[in-house]
Each structure stands twice: as C-alpha cells, then as structure tokens.
Design a protein around this ligand. Structure first.
Ligand code: COS
Length: 400
C-alpha cells in the first residue's frame, strides 16, 4: 500500500482510489509498479516523430511486462481473462503522465481484444503473445467515412474466394496505429443479413497484398492515424473472428471492455489537469496573495475535484462490474465513458483558464491536455452514442 502512494511527480495521482473496495492487492501492486516505471522511463523516450514515439513506447511497455495486462495468461498475459480494473488503472496512470504511452498501451488491447474474445486457438497463439511482449503492434479497423456512429452502415465488403479465402474491398479511416501496425482487426460486410446482422471480423496482416495506407491523418494531438484501402485483399477464412455475420457483436463486445478504459484515460488527463491547477493555485501570486486564495478559483477547484471523483467512481464501477462476471456492461461502460470524457474536458478547460496566457502556450502541460482530451469524446462511441445507449436501456426496462 505504501508503494501505491509513489508520487514523484508531486501528484496525488490516484487519491484514495486504490483503497476502494473495487480493488484487490494485485491491483495496488500493479499500480505502484506502473507508476514508478512511468515516472522513471517515459520522459526518457523520444517524442518528436509520432511513429517512433509509439514504437518505443510499445517496446518499453512490453519489455517491462506491462502489456501482459492486455492478453490472457495462457497467451503470455497476466490474468485468466481481461481484468478491466487493471486496464483502467494502466490508462489512468499512463494518461496522467504521457498521452502517447496511454495510446500505445490502449491500442495493443483494442487491437487484440476481439481476438481474445472471439479468436480460435490458432489465432490467439499467433497474435497475442507478440503483442504482449511489445514485439508486434495491433490495430482495430472499424470506422469508415460514412460508418462511425452508424457502424452497421459500413460498406467495406468481404466476398468468398474459393473455399478458404475471402476478398476484402473498401476503405477504413481514422484507424489508430494505421501505418505502424503489424495487423488490423477489420470489420466488413459479409451480407448474411441486412445491417448489423451481416457483418464479420477478420484479422488482416499489414503486409497482405491489396492492403495499403492511402493517407496519414494529422490530428490536434498527434497520434499515428491513417486511412486504409483494401483492393482485392485476399485473407484466409481461418482469420475470421466469431461466426459469419457476428461482426457487429464482436465489435460491440470488444468496445464494452475498452469504452470503460477510454473513461479511465480521460480520468488520468483530468487528474493531471487538477495537479497542474493546484500547483499553479498555490504558487501564482496575484492581488497580494495566491491564486488559490481567490474564492472563484476555489470554486473552480472544487468543481473539478467533484467531477473527477464522480468520473472515477463510474469508471471503476464499470470495470469492477465486468470483472465480477457480467456478460454485458454496455450501460455501465457508456455511463463511465460519457461522464469521464465530458468531465475531463471541463476540468481541463478550467485548468487552462486558471493558467491564463500560459494555458494556451505551446509546451505547457495544460495546453497539451486540452488537445489530448478532445478526441476521447468522439472515438470508440461518441458521447451522443453513449446517450442513446444509456437512455435506450432505461426505456427498455420501463416498456411493457
Ligand atoms: N455485446 C454483444 N452483443 C451486442 C452488444 C454488446 N455490447 N451490443 C449489441 N449487441 C448485439 C445485439 O444483441 C443485437 O443482436 P441481435 O440482433 O442478435 O439481437 C445486435 O448486436 C444489434 O444490436 P443493436 O440493435 O443494439 O444495434 P444498433 O444498430 O441499434 O446499435 C449503436 C446502435 C449506435 C448503439 C451502435 O451502432 C454503436 O454503438 N455505435 C457506435 C460505434 C462506435 O463505437 N464507433 C466508433 C468506432 S471505434 S473508434
């Protein structure tokens, strides 16, 4: 427990979170080890070239054993199956220190989550261990230009080619790790039924002929992101995840797990913003005192603390509910993601405001956080989608 309080940044990063009944001792030990690693190692890794930055972070996290958290024990991982609390703690801790390290960790999980949940033994043996060691980079290719929130509208197709292969044609965009990944979990229309019931998922190696990167996308907080094109890209049927037509379920079940972790990353960003806010409030002199002496600053600080702690409760509640064996945590994950990302945006915006001109100055941490947080309200199910999910579940429970 003492180790869990390791705070060289001067942060109180997790507050009393680890004392909550959601956690077990192995979570506290993991958090302590990862916090130490993050503080000692991450700042030594390169930042300038985004691809290189991600590759080195994947390697460092893999070498240190932390990527074991993203795959099951039988394939070189930590726990029997996903331990969502561990995934959330990892993102919470990493995001508070280094957005790209959080991204690198998260994508190793999202890019293999569907294989863990729906892959057969051969696919798990082939793809999971190298990802856990940080030797291979994973990616999840779901979105299309006109199929982001409305996933079931996707137009990329896979059609049979002989008995053992399919041929994929189409395009995927805003794909994280696009351009540096070694494999992509790709969702395609196979047409067993209209809409959501006619999709399937395949693992596609990056080197497969017919798969190309047509565009690298620059975003406000730089991450490797790309558009992929599939032109008569021939993939073995043995690479399919789940049954034919089950792709929507594969995607949603994977997102059920990873949406909570997006909330956890937002939480890490919010905690860092609070740390920066409190540091500034206690050192910035004005009007004959410190910023923190001003009641309006105190109001901002109090609101940010309340919003961060509320988000923390929802994130770890969702993770704990899944770890207790719930087959679906769609509602809990949606609540966690929506509240944590929206609250973090507000907390970070307040931090920028309290920093004055420094808050919008390049190179200042809160300016970076301000850019980092924005995408989290959009990807892996925009806030608007989470609202649909939450309301729909509640309405269902009242309809006769
Ligand atoms: N786990 C397992 N199965 C699930 C599931 C889950 N979490 N969620 C849905 N399913 C199944 C349903 O049980 C249903 O199966 P049956 O047809 O056999 O009953 C099927 O999938 C369709 O479900 P549903 O009717 O809820 O689908 P909708 O088209 O209404 O879903 C939303 C609409 C908007 C909720 C969905 O499309 C969504 O989550 N979109 C956002 C996707 C996203 O995150 N995009 C970002 C890309 S990743 S960066």
């Amino acid at each position: 427990m003492a180790n869990a309080r390791h705070t060289p940044l001067g942060m109180k990063p997790l507050g009393d979170t680890l004392d909550w009944p959601f956690f077990e001792d192995h979570h506290r030990a993991f958090a302590a080890e990862l916090s130490r690693f993050a503080d000692e190692v991450l700042h030594t890794l390169p930042h300038d070239d985004v691809d290189e930055a991600c590759r080195t972070r994947v390697k460092a996290l893999g070498d240190a054993g932390f990527l074991k958290a993203v795959v099951p024990k039988a394939y070189g991982g930590l726990a029997e199956t996903f331990d969502v609390r561990t995934l959330c703690l990892a993102r919470d801790i990493l995001a508070a220190r280094d957005g790209l390290a959080d991204f690198a960790f998260a994508m190793q999980g999202l890019g293999t989550g569907s294989i863990t949940l729906f892959g057969d033994e051969a696919l798990k043996q082939r793809y999971l261990p190298p990802v856990a060691r940080g030797e291979k980079i994973a990616a999840f290719a779901l979105s299309e230009l006109e199929a982001g929130s409305d996933v079931a509208a996707m137009a990329t197709t896979a059609t049979p080619d002989g008995l053992d292969h399919v041929v994929i044609n189409g395009s995927k965009t805003w794909i994280s790790n696009g351009g540096i990944a070694d494999h992509y979990v790709v969702f395609v229309r196979t047409g067993e039924a209209p809409g959501a019931r006619g999709l399937s998922a395949f693992v596609v190696d990056a080197a497969t002929p017919g798969l190309s990167i047509t565009e690298r996308i620059e975003v406000i907080a730089p991450h490797p992101l790309a558009t992929l094109k599939f032109e008569s890209c021939r993939v073995p049927i043995a690479n399919r995840l789940g049954a034919p037509g089950e792709g929507f379920k594969v995607a949603m079940a994977t997102l059920d797990i990873f949406r909570s972790t997006v909330g956890a990353a937002a939480l890490g960003f919010a905690r860092r913003a609070l740390h920066e806010t409190l540091t500034r409030a206690t050192t910035r002199k004005l009007f004959g005192g410190t910023l923190g002496d001003l009641q309006l600053a105190q109001a901002a600080i109090a609101e940010s603390i309340a919003e961060t702690e509320a988000a923390s409760l929802l994130v770890y509640r969702a993770a704990w509910t899944k770890d207790r064996g719930a087959s679906r945590v769609t509602r809990e994950a949606a609540l966690a993601k929506m509240v944590a990302t929206e609250n973090a945006q507000t907390v970070i915006d307040r931090a920028v405001q309290l920093h004055g001109g420094l808050g919008v100055t390049k190179g200042v941490k809160v300016e970076e956080l301000y850019r980092e947080i924005r995408a989290l309200r959009i990807y892996e199910g925009a806030t608007d989608v989470q609202k649909i999910v939450i309301a729909r579940e509640a309405l269902k429970s009242y309809s006769t």
